[in-house]
Design a binder for this molecule. Structure first.
Ligand code: MN
Length: 141
């Protein structure tokens, strides 16, 4: 083992902040604290803040994902199911290969901590963006 693999690591919030990639997100989305465990660990995660109306594109995770809602009011949807509203303290488990999106509600921002295990080095498969029409179905929650 190298020294790096046996040393506790801190990813500082102020150095890890970045806007989310536009091709996979809609609206103002900021990320920080991204980390990836070193093999044989598979775990990784990131804190994500969505402005009101902002959300991910449709996507899947090969080994699932857990979302810990830290603040605000969020929406999450599994394809074919109603949009569900989540708030601080809620935990969302997304099973492997389930098509879904998550983000802020239309009226309030939302911050979550997202954790997923990587399979063959990948923890997410991105698809098309969530249309405004589909997103607004959250207003019926
Ligand atoms: Mn997800």
């Amino acid at each position: 083992m190298t020294a790096a693999e046996t040393s506790l690591k801190i990813i500082r919030a102020e150095t890890g902040s970045a806007s989310a990639p536009e091709e996979y997100f809609t609206g103002d989305v900021q990320m920080w604290g991204r980390y990836q465990g070193e093999a044989p660990a598979r775990i990784g995660g990131v804190t994500v803040s969505f402005a009101a109306g902002a959300r991910t594109a449709w996507h899947t995770h090969p080994l699932g994902q857990t979302l810990f809602i830290a603040s605000g009011r969020g929406w999450v949807q599994q394809e074919g199911e109603p949009v569900q509203e989540v708030g601080p303290g809620d935990v969302v488990w997304i099973p492997p290969l389930i098509r879904h999106w998550h983000g802020a509600s239309a009226g309030e921002p939302m911050t979550h901590f997202a954790v997923a295990e990587a399979l063959a080095g990948s923890s997410v498969t991105w698809m098309e963006k969530v249309s405004d029409e589909d997103y607004r179905k959250g207003l019926q929650t």
